[in-house]
Design a protein around this ligand. Sequence first.
Ligand code: EAX
Length: 350
Amino acid sequence: MFRKVSAILLVALLLLSAAACGSSGTASTPPAPTGGSQAASTAPPSKPAEKIILKAGNVIDVEHPYSQAILKFGEIVAEKTEGRIEVQLFHSSQLGNETDLIEGLKMGSVELCAISSAPAANFVPNIAVFDMPYLFKSRQQAYNVMDGELGVFFFGELLKEGVRGLGWWENGFRNVTNSKRPITKPEDLQGIKIRVMENPIPIATFNACGANATAMAWGEVFTALQQKTIDAQENPLSVIYLQRLYEVQKYLSLTEHFYAPALFLMSDQIYQKLSPEDQKIISEAAAEATAFERKVAEQQASDFVQKCKDSGMEVNTVEKEPFMKAMSVVYAQYEDQFGEMIRKIQATPE
Ligand code: EAX
């Protein structure tokens, strides 16, 4: 009797552990691409190549350019590998906030992500230079910078942190929204509690205008606006519209005070486990996805002013000069750290 019971228990245990092993190769844990791709090239032809799943996180809506471009990237990769490598999109902070995503890449628990460059400053502090107010004169100038020497330099710095840059994407020019009053000049920001990204420059920039800036992860912002623990936030139009901020913010001011570059990143430890052929496919697909992402971002930036109006927001255009002047104090504050890089950026063709 005892034997029979223990035999049943043993079988049950075996079944359980088999089930546990089975699930470890699927979406819930990172696949083992080393074994996968390298075994595939030396394995007898009859053995099917092991599937590789790459989870890709972001904190924004599925319609946002990041998500659209990740889907595009996934299509290209799937096509070039005949479905052997699958990219799975986890949008809207499903894998955590932007700092969590970078941590995930460093540990290899998240394979890919698209984020603003601002929170990456918690890992590579000087990348915060891109968050200086009114730094870029046009999106073309931003592309020239990102695709040039500085873009390469920061990819090198990120790689030292275990994070591989696959493409400089775009979140875009950021605009202020708030629930209190129309903001058309810097003085209107006096006393406004505004949420900014997790980086010291946006905080200094808004405090210089008399606002009360606080850093917060994106995933918490809608609720904080709804509960009125904050009055305002700032983001590109694609985020403002797609995240339905018009439900909690009456006023939109087209300040375009920061240009937010975005990073399409891969965990380097995962990348290193891929075969050289697969690495090449990843890089080529990322280049195509980058061009696509920028196009979608530009399109949304021009389409979404009207959509925000149609959704009930009062949209104010502003004279930028006074905002530039009020915010320019941060240039003096950060001269020692960023002066040289700033001049390089300003000298880049528009
Ligand atoms: O990458 O947190 C934000 O305000 C951003 O829009 C987010 O970083 C998107």
